[in-house]
Ligand binder design. Structure first.
Ligand code: SAH
Length: 250
């Protein structure tokens, strides 16, 4: 078993890079892949950068050049479900590209010639169990209560379901409401997950997990300082969840 791990922002992979045992780094085009071990597993870590093309390219390289057979994406997302708060964890079990629209030739959201609009993330149950275990266990020691309190976070909740992706930062109330209207089941919105899931699907059904921490309400309301939140909370939370996932994947 060899895990490919990717995140879109430098802070989303920085903690894992510091904690892993790296054996070598390989540059392919504009990306650097770090091969090594973490949580008792062989991993290859890469910064994908933001957006669907970036995520698809990185995932493809992880699979084809580095031979990973599991993929984990970690990062932050905007909340669409009004019950979600910053710090809550969303595990995608299926993903959709909300900006895919080839009407009238294909139905809205359907990826042309693949006959589907949603792509699965088969490691969702493992990711959800790891998130719950991390929050019940190591969270208290690794992300102190005072630091969480500074962002209004007590105990994060964990939800599993639909996550939607598109090449736009959703930061306006009208934009968020429109997405809610189109995809009422969507828990959150981000910019990479559905691309990762599509590549994993097309490359033979590679099991994937998309682990997201809610950073904002996707409506422009500055509930938290985005950069500080990613630095102080999100990278620890997603990093901890991924570590527990790796440790439990024996
Ligand atoms: N304002 C940020 C933008 C970073 S891009 C900055 O200045 O750095 C946003 C990244 O976080 C993407 O990788 C995306 O997947 C995720 N994300 C978080 N909230 C989002 C939202 N409301 N809409 C779209 N993507 C979001």
């Amino acid at each position: 078993m060899k895990f490919g791990i990717l995140g879109a922002l430098p802070q989303e992979v920085a903690l894992i890079k510091r904690c892993m045992t790296a054996h070598r780094s390989v540059v392919v085009g504009t990306r650097t892949f770090h091969e090594g071990e973490w949580g008792g597993r062989r991993i290859v870590l890469a910064l994908s950068r933001v957006g669907k093309v970036s995520a698809a390219l990185t995932t493809t390289l992880l699979l084809e050049r580095f031979g990973v057979d599991r993929v984990i994406f970690t990062g932050v997302a905007g909340a669409l479900d009004p019950r979600l708060r910053p710090g809550d964890v969303v595990i995608a079990d299926r993903l959709l590209q909300h900006d895919m629209d080839a009407r009238p030739i294909f139905p809205r959201f359907e990826v042309p010639l693949l006959n589907r609009s949603e792509f699965p993330a088969a490691l969702a149950p493992e990711a959800e169990a790891a998130a719950r275990a991390y929050i019940a266990g190591a969270l208290e020691a690794e992300i102190p209560a005072e630091r969480r309190a500074a962002f209004g976070i007590a105990t994060p909740s964990v939800r599993r379901g639909l996550v939607i992706s598109g090449d736009q930062f959703v930061g306006g109330a009208a934009q968020a409401a429109a997405l809610r209207g189109l995809q009422p089941d969507a828990l959150g919105v981000e910019m990479e997950g559905a691309a990762v899931a599509q590549v994993c699907h097309e490359m033979g059904g590679v099991p994937a997990a998309i682990v997201r921490v809610i950073s904002d309400r996707a409506d422009g309301s500055a509930a938290v300082d985005f950069q500080r939140f990613v630095d102080d909370i999100a990278e620890y939370l997603t990093g901890g969840i991924v570590r527990v996932m790796l440790e439990r994947s024996a």
